[in-house]
Design a protein around this ligand. Structure first.
Ligand code: BJ8
Length: 421
């Protein structure tokens, strides 16, 4: 199977061995984990096994696999055309040397990481894709998609940045319609109203299950570690949707029960931290693992691998195809990425979330060279300060050189925080 997918077998083995060790050290050593996490451990143990086999089988049955890097790609249209979407990884240091052989070094690690997985032939998800869908969000991604197209067919959706204007909504709707046509052309399947409605229900159910898990983290102590909750969010991007939804709902049942019993992880008397900023694509577990190794729980993520993905469902106001497509635009334009301007909604969402989850402080993650999240941190910090919530900004990449320095800074930050009751 690996050969058929054109993987670099030697490098792929090195990657899998390294991942297995890191996963064991970070996840399996945690105390009092919910039993529902066993499913997610299994998914990770089969991340380059059973799930890839499922995708390859779908391809053999004539179905298409679509890769994406951003929440703005409307997955409902992918599923409505009977294709499968996978969120492609970009959270590993491992693939960066391969990227740097082609790309400039001074760009965001997330971009280098996903690009390196393709050029290095080490990601079976990437190599399963019939097409990848990019978007005009940050400059780095936008320009790299032009290069990526030499390696895999790459379709780019234009995402307006001043979303409060009528012309932006009109452009977005036109882009969504064009993407629908693209999926129809790729799959040879006309997307009918009923199949789109089914796809909306499918993805809404997945988002609702993830939101249930998130809500339980308001418990004190939280019933699940931030690291495990992050993993659930990361797995959501490539697992089979109905199975993921069922297993996530089972986990939510268990977490709700744990809350009723006061059975949690971490120390109730420690401050609770919220995470905000750049996404943590799998296997980026760096900041969560540093923070939680001190017994300080992470209770929420204002991130695309977090609340931005699951907070809002798609809510059609009518039954026509136009109403369904407008509902997609309305939902997707509520995802507050730092590429928007002005971005007041995101700033107030961060503050509201911090209060809602009783966070004593916010750790704001900036991936190196991500200007959008870096500069926006100024407004976020000011708004949090006004609300009495301290913020610590950490600018980092996927390397391990700064781990001890970050640990010292987080330690100093948490020492001045008080648990919020
Ligand atoms: S909706 S956050 S997934 S664009 S970290 S690559 S922004 S330089 S990932 Fe994102 Fe969509 Fe926005 Fe979410 Fe660029 Fe920044 Fe790197 Fe980023």
């Amino acid at each position: 199977m690996w050969k058929e997918l054109g993987l670099n077998l030697e490098k792929h083995d090195v990657l899998l061995n390294a991942l297995g060790t890191i996963y064991g050290d970070l996840f399996l050593t945690q105390k009092n984990r919910p039993t529902g996490m066993q499913y997610f451990d299994f998914v990770i143990s089969e991340v380059h096994g059973l799930r890839i086999k499922e995708l390859v089988d779908r391809k053999k049955a004539g179905k298409k696999i679509i890769g994406a890097f951003c929440l703005y790609v409307p997955e409902e249209l992918v599923y409505a055309s009977d294709a499968t979407m996978v969120g492609l990884c970009g959270g590993a240091d491992f693939s960066i040397p391969d990227a740097e052989a082609v790309l400039p070094r001074n760009i965001c690690p997330l971009i280098k990481s996903f690009f390196g997985f393709k050029v290095g032939g080490t990601c079976p998800y990437f190599n399963s894709c019939d097409m990848v869908v990019g978007e005009t969000t940050c400059d780095g991604k936008k320009k790299v998609y032009e290069i990526l197209d030499d390696y895999v067919p790459t379709y780019v959706m234009e995402i307006p940045h001043k979303i409060d204007t009528p012309q932006a909504k009109a452009l977005w709707l036109a882009e969504v319609k064009q993407f629908k046509s693209k999926m129809e052309e790729m799959t040879g399947k006309v997307i009918e109203k009923d199949s789109l409605k089914d796809a909306i229900r499918l993805i809404n159910a997945k988002r609702a299950a993830m939101k249930r898990v998130s809500e339980t983290r308001k418990g004190s102590p939280p019933p699940i570690s931030g690291l495990d909750a992050l993993l659930v969010n990361q797995v959501s991007f490539y697992d089979d949707v109905p199975r993921f939804t069922q297993k996530t709902n089972e986990l939510a049942d268990e977490l709700e029960k744990r809350n009723r019993q006061g059975n949690g992880v971490g120390d109730k008397n420690k401050p609770r931290l919220m995470f905000s900023g750049c996404p943590m694509a799998i296997p980026n577990w760096k900041l969560h693992s540093i923070i939680e190794s001190m017994g300080v729980p992470v209770v929420a993520e204002e991130s695309c691998i977090g609340s931005r993905y699951f907070t809002d469902p798609v809510e059609p106001k009518g039954d026509s195809m136009d109403s369904l497509l407008e509902a997609l635009v309305s939902k997707y334009s509520k995802i507050s990425c730092a590429c928007f301007t002005p971005n007041k909604e995101r700033v107030s969402k961060v503050v509201d979330m911090a209060k809602d989850f009783k966070a004593s402080g916010v750790v704001y993650n900036v991936l190196q060279y991500c200007h959008a999240y870096n500069i926006e941190s100024i407004k976020v910090e000011k708004a949090l300060k006004a609300a009495g919530v301290p913020m610590l900004k950490i600018e980092t990449d996927y390397g391990s050189e700064d781990v001890e320095q970050i640990r010292t800074r987080v330690e100093a930050f948490t020492e001045m925080l008080h648990p919020v009751r």
